[in-house]
Design a protein around this ligand. Structure first.
Ligand code: C5P
Length: 273
């Protein structure tokens, strides 16, 4: 078989996620700072016919799925390709998952982002793969200037969370957006100071459905994180640490105390040249 392309599907993180309204069709309006990590899934595409093979530590999480988003992405692109998905990230966990994988397939196929939000609200931003302010339902994308290096630890308690269920549990749907104009972030202190004034509005409703999320946030705090927050609709939480050594030490300490959790240390994905 001729190999077409191997493409990384980096984990997506919502550093902020403000829910600012709801449309009449039930979809929510968002205002979110989205970044991408060095860790992620990997898709490999070879000549067709259309098929999907899932490997990797979280492959079993997708076994019951009827129509993976990677296959829908290939159909969207109108291409017959055999896809291998190396599933390194936990499934249904607020860090991109299916959207990141679909975006990687579309990038590998050279597809334009136009219309890809029909595959999932996060697909367009995952196609960009760069720090971005995302608004609307996920289709209004403003790239951010380069961010300072961040040292992240990601923690997932080991159970998936349904995105619609979390949105349904929101106590209020009209919440303030981020400031119209974002400040510059010359260093991590400036970024973290800004993030502290922001929120993930889905965090409280997600905790009401899965209290272990609060335990993940507490574990990151206890391990010395300067800021902790849930990503997306959960359940993955992240902590920002002052340097890579302290992030690694936190990862080790949390893993020792919570051996069943998925835990990873990562920097931000390098900006594409
Ligand atoms: O687009 P995606 O498949 O990720 O969305 C999953 C579900 O999350 C939607 O069916 C909807 O219930 C909810 N959602 C929402 N508003 C958004 C994005 C998702 O209500 N902006």
């Amino acid at each position: 078989m001729t190999q077409i392309r191997r493409e990384a599907a980096p984990a997506k993180l919502n550093l902020t996620l403000h829910v600012t309204g709801r449309r009449s069709d039930g979809y929510h309006l968002l205002d979110s700072l989205v970044v991408f990590c060095q860790i992620g899934d990997v898709v490999t595409l070879t000549d067709g016919p259309l098929s999907l093979t899932v490997t990797g530590p979280f492959a079993t999480g997708l076994a019951a799925e009827a129509d993976n988003l990677c296959l829908r992405a290939a159909r969207f692109a109108g291409r017959e390709v055999a896809i291998t998905l190396e599933k390194n990230l936990p499934v249904a966990s607020g860090i991109g998952g299916g959207s990141a994988d679909a975006a990687a397939v579309l990038r590998a196929l050279g597809t334009s982002p136009a219309g890809t939000q029909s595959l999932g609200a996060d697909v367009p931003v995952c196609m960009a793969g760069l720090p971005t302010r995302m608004r609307g339902l996920g289709e209004i994308l403003d790239p951010l200037p380069a961010l300072p290096p961040l040292h992240l630890v990601l923690v997932n308690p080991g159970r998936g969370l349904s995105t619609p269920a979390v949105f349904n549990a929101l106590p209020r749907r009209e919440n303030p957006p981020m400031p119209d104009t974002l400040p510059d972030f010359p260093d991590a202190d400036a970024l973290i100071g800004f993030l502290r004034d922001c929120r993930n509005d889905l965090e409280a409703p997600a905790i009401s459905l899965m209290p272990e999320i609060a335990t993940c946030l507490a574990a990151l705090n206890d391990a010395g994180a300067r800021l902790t927050r849930m990503s997306g609709s959960g359940a993955t939480c992240f902590g920002l640490f002052p340097d890579a050594a302290r992030a690694q030490a936190a990862r080790t300490a949390i893993a020792r105390a919570h051996p069943s959790w998925w835990i990873a240390a990562s920097g931000l994905a390098p900006a594409k040249g």
